[in-house]
Write a protein of this length. Structure first.
Length: 252
């Protein structure tokens, strides 16, 4: 029995290791600033998603009226976020034809409804900030997290253009991203470098919304869970104790 348990534990650890390597691809991932209770962040992320992602990628498991869950009114959704449909109950479909997407990028751009659950929020956050110029690629872009990626950097106007610097330290190569040309959300510093905080925040808001989109009921589910725990602790447990005293008083 002990050998069986050891084998099962070994298999579980191996599976976790494989999944972790597949998600990260051997690249150190940055921590995504996920806060599903931050309505303003989710609203900014929804706006960025519609403006920069929905032209190529769809999110068919997400309907526009679910955006009311992040504090938007129906009027705000219809006026600012609905560009590919005229009914608020419709799913967030891609604006681009699937055949055109395959012809342009070599593969049909995937649906992003559950991408945060399949890839992970940290992976998305690092990936979206990891594009750099690469003239050997058809789109002119490559990515530190997803080598030879077919997707171009759709956020390049906000981020600017990064280049990949490769330095040798002993027997190892060290890859570093350097901002060669600033964007709308990257600013110069007194030291001659660039400040990426504003761009990183915009990407963080986008990933926050994509995480919400992959499970819109997560916050509500957690709230229900807390309510159940409080009910058990402060109502059911005292009632059970009083019932136990009432049951045993005649016996003692």
């Amino acid at each position: 029995m002990k050998k069986i348990i050891n084998h099962l534990l070994f298999a579980l650890l191996a599976a976790v290791s494989i999944n972790s390597h597949a998600a990260g691809g051997g690249v150190a991932l940055d921590k995504a600033p996920i806060d599903l209770r931050n309505a303003e962040s989710l609203q900014r992320g929804a706006q960025t998603f519609v403006n920069y992602c929905l032209s190529c990628h769809g999110a068919v498991a997400m309907r526009y009226n679910r955006l009311e869950g992040i504090g938007l009114t129906q009027e705000q959704i219809e006026k600012n976020l609905m560009f590919t449909t005229d009914k608020i109950g419709n799913p967030m479909k891609v604006a681009m034809d699937a055949k055109e997407g395959k012809a342009w990028f070599g593969a049909t751009p995937p649906d992003l409804s559950l991408i945060a659950r399949s890839r992970g929020s940290d992976w998305l956050y690092t990936y979206l900030r990891g594009f750099y110029r690469d003239d050997t690629r058809p789109t002119g872009w490559n990515n530190t997290v997803f080598d030879k990626v077919g997707m171009p950097n759709v956020l390049w106007q906000l981020q600017g253009q990064q280049i990949l610097e490769v330095k040798k330290e002993g027997e190892h190569e060290v890859h570093t991203l350097k901002l060669a040309q600033p964007g709308l959300l990257t600013r110069g510093t007194e030291s001659g470098g660039y400040d990426n905080k504003e761009f990183d925040q915009r990407v963080g808001d986008l990933v926050n919304f994509m995480t919400y989109m992959s499970e819109p009921a997560q916050v509500k589910r957690e709230q229900i869970g807390y309510a159940v725990v409080l009910f058990l602790l402060f109502i059911l447990v005292p009632l059970t104790y009083l019932l136990k005293k009432e049951y045993w008083k005649d016996i003692h």
